[in-house]
Design a binder for this molecule. Sequence first.
Ligand code: FES
Length: 58
Amino acid sequence: MDREQIICPCLDVTVGQIMDAYEEGATTIDAVKDLTGAGTICGACIDEIEDLLSELKG
Ligand code: FES
């Protein structure tokens, strides 16, 4: 997975930022929203963030 890839174009949040947020304990979509802001504008990226979270959970 490319850490530099933008997952939330509204706020330019990258895959790497979501991964770091996950490492810091943001394991739910709401926690990721609080920590990174991703998903809080148009919501179009939420499915992708959820997919990424389930991948990280393994
Ligand atoms: S693309 Fe993430 S909130 Fe719009």
